[in-house]
Design a protein around this ligand. Structure first.
Ligand code: APR
Length: 180
């Protein structure tokens, strides 16, 4: 019996997922944006933004740093929590891979601490933050395989288009083949 959580790829909208945790590709302000962030706040409703505002009024007065993760209510989403994480903007001058890996590791840590068993991730940083999908998929899958622990039992990557799905599928197959 391996206790390693299952990694599942889904083609679709992350706001439609029925998982304990839905991970948001947020920005440091935690006050919303476009892409995944916009969709989660639209679908999650005002309770999500109110919880984010409370975080900004408290422990995260200066915003959520890149690579970190924090949980709020999921509001009207079919999840118990939203875990907000801030991805790095891709740079050709500086290798920020560790910050992107940290988004996945920290989101898993927060989710496991909450007692979550199922988590849905978007492809963090691959939209507005311009991270190349192939490299993001490799980092995401390698980190989740290494970091996911009990009680997590299913980690879902929810890809918004077939091109992203194909890239993640290849990265997952390569990880399975090489054991990394
Ligand atoms: N479900 C799943 N995936 C989605 C959805 C959705 N509803 N909407 C967009 N995506 C995909 C995008 O196609 C991209 O591959 O999620 C990936 C991440 O894209 P962004 O949401 O742009 O996130 P990111 O690149 O991390 O940039 C974060 O964008 O929206 C703002 O406030 C946010 O400033 C922050 C920045």
């Amino acid at each position: 019996m391996t206790d390693r959580p299952a990694i599942v790829l889904v083609l679709g909208d992350i706001t439609q997922q029925h998982t304990d945790v839905i991970v948001n590709a947020a920005n440091s302000s935690l006050l919303g944006g476009g892409g995944v962030d916009g969709a989660i706040h639209r679908k999650g409703g005002p309770a999500v933004l109110a919880a984010c505002r409370a975080l900004r009024a408290g422990h995260y007065g200066r915003g959520l740093p890149t690579g970190r993760a924090v949980a709020t209510t999921a509001g009207d989403l079919a999840a118990r929590w939203v875990v907000h994480t801030v991805g790095p903007v891709h740079s050709t001058e500086e290798d920020r891979s560790e910050l992107l890996a940290s988004c996945y590791a920290e989101s898993l840590r927060v989710a496991a601490e909450l007692g979550a068993e199922t988590v849905a991730f978007p492809a963090v940083s691959t939209g507005v933050y311009h991270w190349p999908m192939e490299d993001a998929a490799r980092i995401a899958i390698r980190t989740v395989r290494a970091e996911a622990t009990a009680p997590l039992r299913e980690i879902r990557f929810v890809l918004f288009d077939t091109a992203a799905y194909a890239v993640f599928a290849l990265a997952l197959a390569e990880a399975d083949a090489t054991g990394r």
